[in-house]
Each structure stands twice: as C-alpha cells, then as structure tokens.
Design a protein around this ligand. Structure first.
Ligand SMILES: CC(C)(COP(=O)(O)OP(=O)(O)OC[C@H]1O[C@@H](n2cnc3c(N)ncnc32)[C@H](O)[C@@H]1OP(=O)(O)O)[C@@H](O)C(=O)NCCC(=O)NCCS
Length: 216
C-alpha cells in the first residue's frame, strides 16, 4: 500500500490527539463515554485500535525501548543520570529543582519502566534551540538509545517550527553519525552570552559545536 504521509496525517491528526499518549487518548474516550457523548461500542473500538497498534509495535520493536515526554515520576532517575554524566565531565550539573521546573523540556528513553537515557530541548529567546543534558546509561551504550532520544527532540523542535538545533559536546563522532554538522561557537551568540561568558573553561573550551538544520 502506498501511504502518502501528509495526506494520511491530515485525516488522523486532530488537535485533540496531538502529543497525547495512548493512555491519555483512552482516558479522554472514557470520559466522553461517562458523559454519555459516545457509545460503549465507540469506546470498545478505540480500545481495540490502541491494543492493535501496541501489538504491532511490540512485534517489530527491535529493542523494545521507547522515548517519551518526561514526567515528575522520572525526576529521581533524571537527577541520577545527569549527576552521573556531570561527574564524568560530560555534562553540566543540574539541581533537582531546575530539572523539576523544566520537566516539560525533557525526554526519557525507557525500557521496562526503567529510565535508560534522557536529554532536554532548551529554547532560546531567538528561537534557536539546544540539546542539553543528554546521557544514556553506561550499561546500554551503543544500542541506539542516544540517537532515538535526539531524534525525538528534533521531531519536537520541528513541530514547534524551530529552524536550528545545536549542541556543544565532547562526543563529536556521535553527533556526526546522527546528521549534525560541525559549526563554530561564534555562530551561536545566544549560547555564548548565556553560559560561555561565565564558564571557567572559557579560554580553553574543549567542547565542539554541532548544528542540525531542520529545514534542509
Ligand atoms: C553520546 C551518547 C549519548 C550516545 O548514546 P548511545 O546510545 O551510546 O549512541 P547510539 O547507539 O544511539 O549511537 C548512534 C551512532 O553513533 C555511534 N556512536 C555513539 N557513540 C560514539 C562514540 N563515542 N564514538 C563513535 N561513534 C559513536 C554509534 O556507533 C552509532 O553509529 P551507527 O549509526 O553507525 O550504528 C552516550 O555515549 C552518552 O551518554 N555519553 C555520555 C554523555 C555525553 O557525552 N552526552 C553528550 C553531551 S552533549
């Protein structure tokens, strides 16, 4: 079957469904049912579709991990992941309160309800965005989770009509592999003003700047 993506999505993506989990969609249907707005048959149809979709993904998922929006239930795991990679000098440390306040900007990769990786998308005043706090558990490195988290955040950025996403990193091979292009920090004045100007490593910075153009 030749499914044309945009044609197809224009039928199925209603604003009410956009960015909702299956659980939330089912809850919405349940409340419509309880309010007498849809029939029991409609509710059963919705449940059957959700179960069907889940089964297809389960059968074809190679690693059975999933990337989703972070919630407050993930905070302790996020705090541990960020602290671990900060202790290794790979990421900046962040306070729990900062993570809680910015929870909507985080995505997590989970398997069997365990957080295996995370990152967040920070949007600057100018509309440029940065991927920060990216880290994957040391026990599951090189199994695709890092790429999946970054791709999730790039999709999120695209939905917000963000044009460019950058990262400052000591893992240049990884970002090169997943389609980011080398750039120079001087082209990222927002970052320089926000963090670099106050950084103790300002004059001997060992981070490399990469950028992803979403409109190319
Ligand atoms: C960088 C990091 C997030 C990558 O996550 P990951 O899950 O191990 O990476 P993936 O499996 O998704 O890798 C995607 C591709 O990049 C490659 N890759 C990943 N890390 C690499 C490295 N250090 N050197 C070379 N290639 C690398 C993988 O082999 C894979 O290549 P392929 O497409 O040919 O198979 C992870 O190593 C990490 O948590 N590092 C410590 C924290 C950190 O550096 N964060 C980034 C701060 S900006």
């Amino acid at each position: 079957m030749n499914v044309k993506k945009n044609e197809f999505l224009s039928y199925v993506i209603l604003d009410e469904l956009r960015d909702n989990t299956f659980e939330e969609i089912y809850e919405k249907a349940e409340s419509l049912y309880h309010d007498g707005k849809i029939s029991e048959t409609d509710l059963k149809h919705i449940a059957t579709y959700i179960v069907g979709i889940n089964q297809v993904f389960l059968q074809h998922g190679e690693n059975n991990y999933t990337v989703r929006q972070a919630t407050l239930e993930d905070v302790d795991a996020l705090v541990d992941m960020v602290a671990f990679w900060a202790s290794q000098g790979q990421n900046l440390p962040r306070k729990k309160s900062d993570i809680v306040r910015n929870i909507q900007s985080f995505a997590v990769c989970v398997k069997d309800r365990q957080v295996l990786g995370c990152a967040c998308l920070y949007v600057y005043d100018s509309g440029l965005a940065e991927i920060r706090s990216l880290g994957v558990s040391p026990v599951v490195q090189r199994q695709g989770q890092g790429r999946a988290i970054v791709q999730f955040l790039l999709r999120r950025a695209r939905k917000m009509f963000i044009d460019r996403v950058f990262v400052l990193t000591r893992s240049p091979e990884f970002f090169g592999k997943i389609g980011f292009k080398l750039t120079v920090k001087e082209k990222l004045p927002e970052k320089i003003l926000k963090d670099c100007d106050n950084c103790p490593k300002k004059d001997k910075c060992d981070e490399i700047a990469f950028i992803y153009e979403l409109n190319e």
